[in-house]
Design a protein around this ligand. Structure first.
Ligand code: HEM
Length: 210
């Protein structure tokens, strides 16, 4: 039986999935706008972002909105996990909703991670070098993953280009697609629950009449 509490949680889950889709679209649109001026090279990345912030009209706003949407996407995805858990949605019929949300969070974390080197500052550069060392220590595949990311013998323009391609083409497309799948899976389930309720209603009324 669906209680009032379940109903509220399910409504909250739907509202959150709309918010998640909005955030992923906002991140993708502002990302494309950044891409108009951003230069994915070791020499140009930092200066192009400084130019976007200081010279391009509303560039600072687009940059802030992009960073905010990208980070909030992960926060909302995590809140959604808790809401779905409390709403007892850990059932077979909710699998698409669960998986789409979990992989969406991972895509968001991946986007944040690949962005670490995109502004080409000291902090991002050294963090990337350290984390690359951790990736290299993964048995069997670590070295291969590292060489795909780096694209040569050192962290250079090629590395920025690789991370930019992963960030802006692969992960952004994956994040938007998963946000759509997540919302649609919750809506389909919501409709089937409403139908189920309608079918059960006359039976209940027969029982209470007798
Ligand atoms: C759903 C899609 C996307 C997500 C979730 C996303 C997420 C992020 C995140 C979390 C950051 C780092 C923010 C921070 O420093 O705290 C970032 C930075 C960046 N993203 Fe995206 N992004 C997306 C799409 C795109 C696209 C399509 C492009 C370009 C075509 C792009 C270009 C950039 C650039 C240039 C930066 C560095 C900006 C800066 O350091 O201020 N992003 N993104």
């Amino acid at each position: 039986m669906i209680t009032n509490w379940d109903f509220r949680l399910r409504r909250l889950a739907t509202v959150l999935s709309v918010a998640i889709l909005t955030l992923s679209l906002l991140a993708a649109i502002t990302g494309i706008l950044l891409g108009f001026y951003y230069q994915p090279t070791a020499g140009g990345a930092y200066y192009s972002l400084t130019k976007i912030t200081n010279e391009v009209p509303f560039g600072w706003l687009i940059r802030s909105l992009h960073n905010m949407a990208g980070n909030l996407l992960i926060v909302f995805g995590l809140i959604q996990l808790v809401v779905m858990f409390l709403g007892e949605k850990f059932r077979r019929s909710w699998l698409a909703g669960w998986f789409s949300n979990i992989f969406l969070i991972l895509a968001g974390i991946g986007a944040g991670w690949t962005a670490m080197l995109l502004d080409w500052n000291q902090e991002g550069f050294w963090r990337f070098r350290i984390e690359l060392g951790i990736i290299e220590s993964i048995p069997l595949v670590g070295k291969e993953i590292s060489s795909i990311l780096v694209g040569g013998s050192g962290v250079t323009t090629v590395t920025v280009a690789h991370l930019y391609a992963l960030h802006s083409y692969v992960l952004s497309a994956v994040a938007v697609s998963l946000a759509v799948i997540h919302l649609v899976s919750l809506l389909i389930l919501h409709r089937s629950e409403v139908k189920e309720k309608e079918v059960k209603m006359p039976l209940n009324s027969v029982v209470s009449d007798s």
